[in-house]
Design a protein around this ligand. Structure first.
Ligand SMILES: [Zn+2]
Length: 193
């Protein structure tokens, strides 16, 4: 079975609205990439959020980062305006959950999120958006409004065959626990927040 192939579609009513959930092969059977979308998405210009897994933020409401808030904001937006959320299984900017938790300990010793990754022997950001491109093509989507604050995500679509018509900012208000993290994303990674 080729990587990123479509595995299953199911109806998924949620507190945000009614979605269809699709699973795509990620190379790890127990962790497929996921899509949440409106049943009637067209192929004109589609609102798209590409969200990388963050169990601590997405599931447990961690305030160390803003992932959970970005996820809810995106699902609310898609429920209201239509679109597609692609949920990529690349926890902790690609370093995995255990290493992310180790990085949190380094952050508690005073290192910022970028330096903490380097201390553990990882690059700042190991995420790849190749799967998202394949998944959008599966749905014959060629033009998107990308919901992101991350310039690297915009760059990822260059020469991909998918045209980003506009960027939809994901606006989150910082809380005390994630103020420094958000400042690092802005200063160190160029996020537009
Ligand atoms: Zn997070």
């Amino acid at each position: 079975m080729p990587l990123f192939s479509h595995l299953v579609s199911s109806r998924l009513p949620s507190k945000y609205g009614h979605f269809v959930m699709d699973a795509f092969d990620s190379g790890r059977e127990e962790q497929p990439h996921l899509v949440l979308r409106n049943a009637g998405i067209g192929t004109d210009v589609v609102n798209v959020r590409v969200h990388s897994e963050c169990i601590t933020g997405d599931v447990f409401g961690s305030t160390r980062c803003d992932c959970g808030e970005q996820l809810s904001a995106s699902l609310n937006y898609i429920a209201e305006h239509g679109g597609v959320l692609i949920y990529l299984r690349q926890e902790g900017r690609g370093i995995g959950l255990v290493n992310k938790l180790k990085a949190y300990n380094l952050q508690d010793e005073g290192f910022d999120t970028i330096v903490a990754n380097h201390q553990l022997g990882f690059a700042t950001d190991l995420r790849s958006y190749e799967a998202a491109i394949v998944i959008l093509k599966h749905f014959a989507i060629q033009r998107i409004n990308l919901m992101t604050n991350n310039p690297e995500k915009l760059d990822a679509f260059e020469n991909s065959g998918i045209h980003v018509e506009s960027r939809i900012p994901v606006v989150i208000s910082p809380v005390a626990d994630n103020e420094r993290y958000l400042q690092t994303k802005k200063d160190g990674m160029g996020h537009m927040i």
